[in-house]
Design a protein. Sequence first.
Length: 386
Amino acid sequence: MATKMEAFPAPDQLKNAAPKPLELQTEELAELEAVDPGLIKQARQKQTVLVTGHAGFIGFHTAKALLERGDKVIGFDSLNSHYDTRLKRERLTMLEEIAKATGAKYHSVRADLCDGKELHECLETYKVQRVIHLAGQTDKFLSNENPTACVQNNINSFVSLLEACRNFKIHHLTYASSHAVYGAGFQKPMSERDSANHPQRLDAATQRACELMAHSYSHQFKLPTTGLRFFSVYGPWGRPDSVLFAFTKRILEGKPIQIYNDGSNTRDYTYVTDLVEAVLRASDTPAEPNPVWLVEAPDQASSNAPWRVLNVGNSLPVSIEELIAALEHALEKTAVKEYITGPILEKSQSCADVTALEAATQFRPSTPLEKGIAEFAAWYRQYHQV
């Protein structure tokens, strides 16, 4: 399962890789100083970070980036079987090899977040300072088929995590949410200041509930929390049950791609390395109370408590037809299309307003779809040897 992509080396390639320096490069420090001199001290102080869901797609990439910059990473994952666990185990193997190559400290814990005892022991044993919560169930079909499991995996586990963060005085909890929370009430582009009180799917409703529960802990216990609303993340080592995987597989096999309705549905696709950069920058800058927040005109994106929500997207909607065209170009093969009528589970357009993200982190995702799809397609071919 070797791959030639430099950005995503296979475990056997990492064994002989030279360790990356743990200190940030001079030019990176200069950039931080230009933004805020206090960030330099923060950047040099390596953190112990708990990453939940580190065997998953986004959790793996986040843990990888943390290790490569020298932070101590504690991974926490139940390795559930929502999809083939082989891919999850291969991601974990890569993280072990990256830790060896970089010299960064890494520990992996297999446990359920709802097991409060296991979670508390983990935070205490490893002296965790920050938490990045990327575990949870985001599959809209699974949430319809098994709503009880959706609530258990998203809400109950988050309450357990909030309690642990409160008890161990975690410096900052950064957690994944989704653009799906906007549901029926969004404008375009979607802003954190818009209403998010009409989700159209159960998994989106649980994510919105988590945002509100986080606010209660930020208000009562002064726990800094940042919710990141992800917009359609894609890239190498992604979920095999995703649309991108399904389209790629069928194009390469010469089988028809089923396109719901007329193919004009649009989504804001975010390349995974852009998303991870946003996650790390948000985690590095803990939420603070908004000094101009008013009870009379409450800002939906912030609070007088150390709480905030931020969009993370590419701010460029792409239609299904455009996505398929990018895949056709990257794979050098024409897709066979079959147009069908299907259910509309939610509004078919998404576009992120990332003004607040850029103000908070001095970063906005910008990877063009064609480049991201080319990276994904190259990895897919190498991984599957096709």
